[in-house]
Design a protein around this ligand. Structure first.
Ligand SMILES: [Zn+2]
Length: 168
């Protein structure tokens, strides 16, 4: 996905660019390509960005620890402010860890908007924190109930017994 040069967007029809997405996003492990679209509109001192996309990811159930497939869907509309002051701040920002709350972005009006990176962030934020294969997942089940366990034990004892008989 190519980055959009923001001044160029001013000249686009209705100052809007629409990007069709059908690809794997670098850094995001998905079973299927991310499909959807992103719309970016230049509104003077801000960009109106909206995106609808979906893909399938593999989750790990917090209760039973089984993997399961999860349909990840984003449908987001967001404002990204354009501020010339960003250029000066940028050097400073790159020197420190970027906290999640800082992701509400401000870009330079003479810079680029990277739709791939934006979508990657939105998809990451949409990954469920609490992963359950099913709302009613009973969790890890004992392999057998106690009577089976005893039978199993008996069977193992009988093996030992058989082995013992073979010994001189
Ligand atoms: Zn489960």
């Amino acid at each position: 996905m190519d980055a959009i040069y923001i001044p160029q967007l001013m000249k686009a029809p209705e100052r809007t660019e629409e990007i069709q997405v059908k690809e794997f996003l670098p850094g995001l492990e998905t079973l299927t390509p991310v499909r959807g679209r992103i719309q970016v509109q230049h509104c003077g001192n801000y960009l109106q960005v909206s995106g609808q996309a979906e893909t399938i990811i593999t989750c790990n159930c917090n209760r039973c620890l089984q993997n399961y497939n999860h349909r990840l869907v984003v449908d987001i509309s967001e404002i990204i402010w354009l501020d010339e002051a960003v250029d000066q701040e940028q050097a400073f920002v790159s020197e420190r860890e970027i906290a999640v709350e800082d992701l509400v972005e401000t870009l330079s009006p003479y810079g680029y908007f990277d739709p791939g990176e934006w979508l990657y962030e939105q998809m990451c934020l949409a990954i469920p924190q609490r992963q359950l294969c099913d709302q009613n997942c009973p969790g890890i089940q004992p392999l057998s109930d106690s009577s089976n366990f005893e039978q199993g034990l008996d069977r193992r004892w009988s093996c030992l017994e058989a082995l013992r008989k073979q010994l001189p």
